[in-house]
Design a protein around this ligand. Structure first.
Ligand code: ADP
Ligand code: MG
Length: 246
């Protein structure tokens, strides 16, 4: 197998009371790759991310990430192994500033309360400034996060993951509810942050997918329906029938 493969999923299945939400799925993602997963509602996209991050336990199959078998580990251990996951709704601390939100997300495990007495080191400050610039929030570092726009909150949450420097970053519908200009900036952001790591994005907005995807995986009823570059997937009759044609 290629040395560039970072994430290798094989025959992954999860059954909820006999219903297979993910059914014998195999998926390989390289380092420096940005993979987009598309498919109709209920196809199993979110469940795949739940399985990778350990939120849901697989019924069978394997998830190998840089040599570690993730199906054996609890969620917190999977985070330590370099897997970051963003859920659909932002979970930032609205009453803290942007800077404070980034600071409490810095590794070395300080919680909200620990951060109050935490002495900012040069290294931490440097990293916070770097990430703030990447997520377009340099001018908002001292702004209370609750006052940010919906899109800015989404970026902040991406920043809170980036500050941990994950090797695999997973984002579930990151541009839902964003304005056109926020979508464009998010595409630039994702194109930048997939360098040096792997990124998996679930998304419905095909214009957005076109701007970011290296490769597209189409799921349908828990199974792989098609995979390839944007053009081949868009022209695939099976994909048009179950998804794009609607
Ligand atoms: P998608 O993200 O592609 O819209 P999901 O992965 O959320 O789809 O869901 C796939 C299917 O699995 C749906 O039919 C959903 O109802 C079902 N499902 C997801 N999680 C659970 C669960 N914890 N228990 C039972 N059924 C679930
Ligand atoms: Mg979903």
């Amino acid at each position: 197998m290629s040395e560039k493969i970072a994430l290798s999923i094989e025959d992954l299945t999860v059954s909820f009371d006999g219903f297979k939400a993910v059914d014998k799925l195999s998926l390989y993602v390289e380092k420096n790759e940005l993979r987009v997963i598309i498919g109709p509602n209920g196809a199993g996209k979110t469940t795949v991310l739940d399985l990778i991050c350990g939120k849901t336990r697989a019924t069978s199959g394997t998830i190998n990430f840089n040599g570690a078998e993730l199906t054996r580990y609890p969620e917190h251990k999977i985070v330590q192994l370099g897997v970051g996951r963003k859920f659909q709704t932002p979970s930032i601390y609205e009453n803290l500033t942007v800077l404070e939100n980034l600071e409490i997300s810095y590794p070395e495990g300080r919680g909200v309360f620990g951060s109050l007495t935490f002495k900012r080191t040069e290294q931490v400050t440097q990293r916070i400034l770097e990430v703030a610039e990447t997520i377009f929030l340099t001018e908002f570092l001292n702004t209370q996060s609750g006052l940010l726009s919906h899109g800015q909150k989404q970026w902040l949450e991406i920043g809170m993951l980036l500050i941990q420097d994950p090797e695999l970053l997973m984002l579930d519908e990151p541009v839902a509810g964003m304005s056109v200009s926020e979508r464009e900036k998010t595409a630039d952001l994702l194109n930048k942050i997939c360098q040096g790591r792997s990124v998996i994005v679930i998304e419905h907005d095909m214009e957005f997918v076109k701007r970011i995807a290296h490769k597209v995986t189409v799921l349908h009823q828990g199974k792989l329906l098609a995979e390839g570059n944007m053009e081949s997937v868009q022209n695939n009759p099976k994909v048009i029938e179950v998804y794009l044609g609607h």
